[in-house]
Design a binder for this molecule. Structure first.
Ligand SMILES: [Zn+2]
Length: 202
């Protein structure tokens, strides 16, 4: 079977449309290979690595575990690859198509979002979307695949924007001002006092 065949099949799954293709040569780079196999403490690391890079045939009752190890190795490799020049270029094409959705905040005016993880370790949280304009995070658009956030990591959107300063938006000029009957709510109103008191205790 062709080298890298597992990756192509993995990326064809509709749940992986947010991922770019990581070259096998990148994954097999010695430092990354050693880290994946020795330091991530996944079960069947060598078998998982071989499956990921060489699409080796697996059999027996451990197939599902090896497959999961290969997937997690791909996510971790992906998080590193998308911070390289080539990886960022591939992600930029997805960003330009607004594949990650647009910010639901009205005053962000449909600003395209970028994927981000809340953790760099796998199996801790699903991918979130970062808005470069309001600089907050959101759940992916309804119907989006639930991808492990470690496939993108915590640093990606910020490194991406530093690399593509020309698409880094300015801070939004407007924000929503709550009103009652057309009047701004006074800072001493019970609603605002409650809001500020509870936010101070978090
Ligand atoms: Zn926003």
């Amino acid at each position: 079977m062709a080298v890298g065949g597992w990756i192509q099949k993995f990326l064809k799954l509709s749940c992986n449309e947010y991922l770019v293709e990581v070259p096998v040569a990148f994954i097999t780079e010695p430092l990354l290979r050693v880290w994946l196999i020795e330091d991530t403490h996944r079960p069947f690391p060598k078998e998982g690595f071989k499956l990921l890079c060489h699409d080796t045939n697996q059999s027996g009752n451990r197939v599902a575990i090896i497959e999961e190890t290969a997937q997690i190795f791909y996510y971790l490799s992906h998080a590193r690859y998308i911070t390289t020049k080539e990886g960022m270029r591939a992600m930029k094409r997805k960003y330009d198509f607004e594949l990650f959705g647009t910010c639901p905040r009205v005053h962000c005016e449909n600003q395209p979002l970028l994927p981000v993880g809340l953790h760099d370790s796998p199996a801790k949280s699903y991918m979130k979307c970062f808005c470069p304009k309001c600089r907050d995070i959101y759940r992916p658009p309804p119907g989006s695949p639930a991808l492990d956030g470690a496939a993108f990591g915590t640093s990606f959107p910020h490194l991406f924007l530093q690399n593509y300063l020309e698409i880094c938006p300015h801070k939004p000029q407007n924000s929503y001002i709550p009103r009652i009957s057309g009047f701004k709510i006074h800072k001493d109103a019970p609603e605002l006092k409650h809001y500020h008191n509870t936010s101070n205790t978090r």
